[in-house]
Design a protein around this ligand. Structure first.
Ligand code: FES
Ligand SMILES: [Fe+2]
Length: 386
């Protein structure tokens, strides 16, 4: 399929647009084509709010981390006055990348000609050429991206026209309030390079049919008493969600159920009896369980490459316990067991989707949220009839 063949024409997707029990999944080239991927970068990742982390990753003045939003490299800083800012990771002199990974600094110093910026992005030093650059300095601050903190979670966008991130999330902050997200601490972020399209991981997270087959010795051992599902049309924000009723904590494998942290004290209603999985659009998968939170961040790197970051978050009180590391290790073990199982599943799927011909597929009633997600993607990328 090429651009010329109507890759982005609404009429190409008539069968994806049908109701879930009649519909086909997205065609395989939506997971393999560079043109399709480029369109997603432009119309999804550079057009929307993107989850980029939690404020606890940069607790002190001078702390920073780097990330990438729709191919735009960003620096996220905490300034001396405690405010959080986001800037393009590109020097205003001649464009060198400024920072990598995460750390702490007083000034952001370019590795090329040593121009230095403060943590609010102002250009403050231009060694050897101070006199020449004096009048230009005020106009050569780092370019800013929009950043917003919602209950401790960080969102960034390069789109100046979007309404606020909080508004985009609709009632989700009310749903997660009992977990007190601003009081969470991110204690570990572990990443995997996955040889698959980012959408396959998103769909996999919303597919309850695969659990007994892909996770027979881990996740499938935990009995599920019931499930509730809500598409992005049924929620009132940019997310779809499912809820699983079960005993114990979904953050721990069966054999460690008695070794967890105390439950979040302010949970009410269904949240005391299971795990809430809101999946932000475009690419962030949350798990709020009774005693801990995890976030799977999908960072697309190409049509068939994704960096998956699994972040683990706990209540501040849990992280201050003397036995924190010992107990947290059980939660990390659960992530380290399940993620490779899912990675393998989506990598096999990616290989199977690399065909020179189009084949039609099918959804079951356990995959209705995959159908909802596929249709949301189409809403963003297809060309609307004039
Ligand atoms: S490119 Fe950064 S100081 Fe020259
Ligand atoms: Fe899975």
């Amino acid at each position: 399929m090429t651009l010329r063949d109507g890759m982005f024409a609404e009429s190409t997707f008539a069968k994806v647009r049908l109701s879930p029990h009649e519909a086909e999944p997205l065609p395989h080239w939506a997971y393999t084509s560079q043109d399709w991927y480029d369109r997603e970068q432009e119309r999804i990742f550079r057009a929307q709010w993107n989850y980029i982390g939690h404020a606890s990753q940069i607790p002190k003045p001078g702390d920073y981390f780097t990330c990438d939003v729709g191919g735009v490299p960003l620096i996220v800083t905490r300034a001396q006055d405690g405010t959080i800012g986001a800037f393009f990771n590109s020097c205003r002199h001649r464009g060198s990348k400024l920072l990598w990974d995460q750390g702490n600094c007083k000034l952001i110093r370019c590795p090329y000609h040593a121009w230095a910026y403060d943590l609010k992005g102002n250009l403050v030093a231009t060694p050897l050429v101070e006199e020449e650059m004096a009048e230009h300095k005020p106009n050569l601050g780092l370019h800013r991206a929009r950043i917003e903190v919602v209950d401790g979670f960080l969102f960034a966008t390069t789109n100046a026209k979007l309404p606020s991130a909080a508004e985009t999330l609709g009632s989700l902050p009310k749903e997660w309030a009992g977990y007190d997200p601003a009081n969470l601490v991110c204690t570990r972020r572990k990443s995997w390079e996955v040889k698959a399209n980012w959408k396959l991981w998103y769909e996999n997270y919303n597919d309850s049919l695969h659990v007994p087959f892909v996770h027979p010795d881990s996740l499938a051992k935990q009995k599920v008493a019931g499930r509730q599902r809500a598409s992005h049309v049924e929620t009132d924000g940019a997310y779809i969600a499912h809820f699983t009723m079960h005993a114990g904590s979904r953050g721990l494998l069966t054999e460690h159920q008695s070794q967890g942290f105390p439950r979040f004290p302010n949970l009410t209603g269904r949240y005391t009896e299971g795990t809430y999985y809101p999946c932000l659009l475009p690419a962030t998968l949350f798990g709020f369980t009774v005693d801990s939170v995890w976030v799977f961040e999908l960072h697309p790197k190409g049509p068939d490459r994704t960096t998956l970051v699994a972040a683990s978050l706990f209540a501040r009180e849990a992280t201050e316990r003397p036995d924190f590391e010992e107990k947290a290790a059980h939660y990390y073990q659960r992530v380290d067991t399940i993620v490779p199982e899912d990675n393998e599943a989506v990598e096999r799927q990616q290989e199977g989707l690399c065909l020179p011909v189009g084949l039609s597929g099918k959804f079951t009633q356990l995959e209705t949220l995959c159908h909802a997600f596929d249709n949301w993607v189409l809403d963003q990328v297809v060309d609307r009839p004039a």
